[in-house]
Design a protein around this ligand. Structure first.
Ligand code: MRU
Length: 357
């Protein structure tokens, strides 16, 4: 089951409510643009490729509910700006909404626009699935030689946050090479960073890997450096929300520290991404990628079993900061695994794979 889909019978857009996993499997309907914006902001849906697909489906929902306004460019462009503002870091959101708006506004008739938006959203989702499959095949080629060198001992891969099927429609980006290796019979084990404060690793990546039967262990976010020092990590693979054309990578907070530790221990640090996550306008990721800050209560409270507010972790009066992403400079990245192949984290090598951009 995919994390977003268009139900053709009811003509409704539906999503898995990722806030409730792993203990409860619930779906929600995105009946209005406000529902879609809420779902992105509240992280009912999350992960860069899925945020993009949700943005494209939000354009469809906007047009479907618009009546005569569906034929008005000003209306749909206003709605597009509202959707794009839902979360700032993942460039996939603006990319997918702009792509949809370009296709929609090439039509003048309201019903044709609705069909165009629905088809564009479905195509974006399908392309991301195919991108993940290609990333899996290219990433496997990195895991195989490590497995060869380890002669039967498990290959230990560390990942951060959730760059799996829930984030990417299917297969995942960081997880696709892991699934390919597992399918090929390579003995593989995944260290899953819990990923405070919303625990996407512990809740979502562990859930996905468990369902596929992939051996894994959830660790606290600060354990990675220790494991690396002791030879217990062979490779790091993470996803990204925005990667500059110069190779700087924005991903879930804590990714940078894993990259520093990997560098210090001479461990390959790979970032898996579809081309929709490259930002072709930003040169300096640390200076210019917008970093989302979220409600401090996500840090102050540990959520309960069913996703209820849970308990306060700190003194009532202590403030908390909730920086959702950080930027790993290109110099710490061994390479990118993309749907077009593997490249180094340099402008020259990225442009070699994407000369059309
Ligand atoms: O805040 P989230 O859960 O949306 O953050 C997600 C991540 O950081 C993922 O690693 C990223 O979106 C890549 S998903 C392929």
């Amino acid at each position: 089951m995919r994390p977003i889909w268009h139900d053709e019978v009811s003509d409704r857009v539906k999503v898995i409510d990722q806030r409730k996993l792993p203990h409860h499997f619930e779906t929600l309907e995105l009946a209005t643009v406000d529902d879609a914006i809420y779902a992105i902001k509240a992280m009912v849906v999350r992960g860069a490729p899925l945020i993009g697909a949700t943005g494209a489906y939000a354009v469809f929902v906007a047009l479907k509910n618009a009546g005569d306004a569906a034929a008005e460019d000003a209306f749909i462009r206003r709605e597009a700006e509202r959707i794009k503002a839902a979360r700032p870091t993942a460039v996939n959101l603006a990319w997918a909404v702009d792509r949809s708006i370009n296709r929609v506004t090439a039509q003048s008739d309201g019903s044709a626009r609705i069909r165009a938006a629905r088809d564009e959203a479905a195509e974006i989702a399908e392309e991301e699935v195919q991108n993940c499959q290609a990333i899996g095949r290219y990433g496997l080629a990195l895991i195989e030689p490590i497995a060869g060198r380890k002669s039967g001992a498990p290959v230990n891969i560390l990942t951060h946050c959730n760059a799996g099927s829930l984030a990417c429609i299917a297969y995942g980006t960081a997880t696709a090479p892991i699934y390919e290796a597992f399918k090929k019979g390579i003995d593989i084990h995944v260290w899953v960073d819990e990923t405070r404060p919303l625990n996407q690793g512990a809740r979502l990546t562990a859930w996905e890997l468990g369902r596929q039967g992939v051996p894994h262990t959830v660790i606290v976010d600060n354990a990675g450096g220790h494991l690396m020092q002791h030879g217990l990590v062979d490779m790091v693979i993470v996803g990204t929300d925005r990667t500059t054309y110069t190779g700087d990578v924005a991903n879930k907070i804590g990714t940078y520290l894993k990259a520093l530790a990997a560098k210090d221990n001479d461990i390959p640090f790979y970032v898996a991404l579809p081309s929709s996550t490259f930002d072709w306008t930003i040169q300096d990721g640390v200076a210019d990628i917008p970093i989302e800050t979220r409600d401090p209560d996500e840090v102050r409270y540990m959520p309960g079993f069913k996703g209820e507010p849970g308990y306060l972790l700190m003194p009532e009066t202590s403030p908390a900061g909730n920086y959702a992403f950080d930027v790993t400079p290109a110099r710490l990245v061994t390479g990118f695994i993309t749907e077009r192949g593997i490249c180094k984290a340099t402008e020259e090598d990225i442009r070699r794979l994407f000369p059309d951009r």
